[in-house]
Design a protein around this ligand. Structure first.
Ligand code: FES
Length: 571
């Protein structure tokens, strides 16, 4: 590609009035022509924000990206885009994933950019940035935020999220008191970076690497390690070369890349959220992907990463043990090694020098954490569109279980009544939460790990079968059936369950059944009335009118469909 062929040249080159205007305003920015004219203009889309502790280092890290861009002969321009903080944004950042994807796509389309560096990591930011980039189809490289350091408490390593749930249950069971809780509050998350368990953030940044959209090894580097600074600068340098090579995202993402991403998720024992995000991401790339693809792969791919919540260690240990490259180097027979990545190397070449330094953190094929991937897709009359369980993180005795339902209408009802003795919840009960799906939540909040009642916790019960149309944090655990589709809010079978109905969970048989005959379900369905609309205006109304169900990725129908979205005329 010659400089006159750069996309940005349409803005800055040429002799028309608008081109003159753009050059005038570049002077106003303090730029001399030789600093940016004829050079790849690189957008740095940064999800840094003062409210987001997982990204608090990305403001500084963008400077290292810029260093790399300048050194490689490009011109960097930083764009602050929405920060989606998993902790603070309510009802859930999932409500806003598609909004960030739209912002990403339209910034890449509407400004004089030749390529982009995407900076994110906290759960929804990674899929949002990549969905938008896939739709815009410029050269892009992803800079993962990196996991935070291990948590720490009284000599014990702590996992963010995972150990929060665990110790909160201990507190409810009366096993720890205020002093211990105050110490835990300080020790659970103690550095910049995303959650350092194999939650959604670690899963999705690993997905970005497995798709071939990061520099090799980038996803496993702790946020505060000096290697993270160097990776950021190298990514800035690399995107400039990608622009000259016209290495667009559509040349990297194909069916093989998504198959390899699924293999990575399963071998990591990754978050169930990955199923929704990968289906949505593949949809933007026009690549068919369904829940059944995950289930088929899950029967073949062993879990090798011994990381919480399904295992024992944390992301910092994983990095020292060899990281994602080390893990994938043990699975090359299951991967497509001849496809191109943003590094310019094939996927196989990026793994060629990878090593594993600790066989307990990254297990061998003959000593896996689990012989099959930790995720199963369930179907049956309770989930005709499918449901998901991370059985790796559940009590094995509950994976084949029939019990009576105890039904909660929504999250408020659950919080209000979970400890009501009148419910008579036992270890055999099946807790059902409805009103928590893409529309009912709204945004499908991570309510799926329903709390265990206090009286059962005190007896040592730590797991129950729980079923909902919600999602679950990747840091959570338990026999939690999630993503039931279609959701109760639109009249899915979950809306028809009544207290005392028997429900069968059969993970080996991949089944989820409501043991009520069809005629009775038809009677209940005839009496069901849809809830009143929640949003009458604003983004919530747009979301309500266009979001798809969990098995279709919860994208907006108008973003997922094919069709033209023309380049702007810059003259
Ligand atoms: Fe940001 Fe967990 S809260 S990754």
């Amino acid at each position: 590609m010659r400089p006159e062929e750069l996309r940005s040249h349409r803005w800055y080159g040429g002799e028309e009035l608008r081109n003159f205007s753009h050059r005038t305003r570049s002077r106003q920015l303090g730029l001399n022509p030789e600093e940016h004219l004829g050079k790849p203009v690189i957008g740095i889309l940064n999800t840094w924000g003062e409210i987001n502790p997982c990204h608090m280092h990305l403001r500084e890290r963008a400077e290292q990206v810029k260093r790399g861009v300048w050194q490689a002969g490009g011109y960097p321009v930083e764009f602050p885009v929405a920060t989606l903080s998993e902790t603070f944004q309510k009802p859930t950042p999932m409500l806003y994933r598609n909004l960030l994807s739209m912002e990403t796509e339209e910034i890449l389309r509407s400004y004089p950019l030749d390529g982009a560096v995407l900076m994110g990591g906290c759960d929804k930011t990674t899929p949002a940035l990549l969905m938008g980039a896939a739709s815009a189809d410029l050269p892009v490289i992803f800079v993962p935020a990196g996991p935070m350091l291990r948590g720490h408490w009284r000599g014990e390593p702590l996992g963010s999220g995972t150990d929060m749930w665990k110790y909160w249950d201990d507190r409810r069971a009366g096993l720890i008191g205020d002093a211990e809780l105050a110490e835990l509050e300080c020790g659970l998350a103690r550095s910049p970076g995303h959650c350092m368990t194999m939650g959604t953030a670690s899963t999705m940044t690993s997905v970005a690497e497995a798709l071939g959209l990061t520099l090799p090894g980038a996803a496993s580097i702790p946020a505060v390690d000096s290697a993270h600074h160097r990776m950021a600068a190298a990514s800035g340098a690399r995107i400039v070369k990608m622009v000259w090579a016209e290495l667009t995202i559509s040349r990297v993402l194909d069916g093989r890349a998504f198959a390899d991403a699924i293999t990575a998720v399963l071998a990591l024992g990754g978050s169930t959220n990955a199923l929704i995000h990968l289906i949505a991401m593949a949809g933007r790339s026009r690549i068919p992907l369904s829940l059944d693809d995950f289930d088929a792969a899950a029967r073949q791919v062993p879990v090798l990463a011994n990381i919480r919540p399904g295992g024992a260690y944390l992301m910092e240990d994983f990095y020292y043990a060899g990281g994602l490259r080390g893990l994938l180097s043990r699975l090359t027979d299951l991967l497509h090694t001849d496809r191109i990545t943003v590094s310019g190397q094939t996927f196989g070449e990026t793994l060629a020098t990878a090593r594993v330094h600790d066989d307990d953190v990254i297990r061998t094929r003959d000593n896996p954490v689990a012989a099959e991937g930790g995720i199963a897709v369930l179907r049956g009359n309770l989930a005709p569109g499918g449901a998901v369980i991370k059985h790796l993180a559940a009590e094995p005795k509950l994976l084949w279980h029939t019990g009576p339902a105890v039904v909660f209408e929504d999250y408020g009802d659950l919080r209000h009544r979970i400890n009501d003795p009148a419910l008579s919840i036992t270890g055999d009960s099946v807790l059902v939460l409805r009103g928590s799906g893409p529309l009912g939540g709204p945004g499908m909040p991570e309510y799926g790990m329903l709390p265990i009642p206090d009286h059962l916790l005190a007896k040592g019960v730590r797991d129950l079968v729980r079923i909902s149309d919600a999602r679950m944090s990747g840091t959570s655990f338990g026999a939690c059936v999630l993503h039931v589709a279609p959701e109760s809010h639109v009249g899915g079978p979950l809306a028809l369950v009544r207290d005392g109905d028997l429900i069968t969970l059969d993970v080996p048989g991949r089944a989820l059944r409501l043991e009520v005959d069809g005629a009775e379900l038809d009677r209940r369905r005839a009496g069901w009335r849809p809830p009143a609309p929640r949003f009458e205006r604003g983004y919530g109304a747009l979301y309500t009118e266009h979001v798809t169900q969990a098995d279709a990725g919860c994208d907006f129908d108008f973003l997922a469909r094919a069709g033209t979205n023309p380049e702007p005329d810059a003259r």
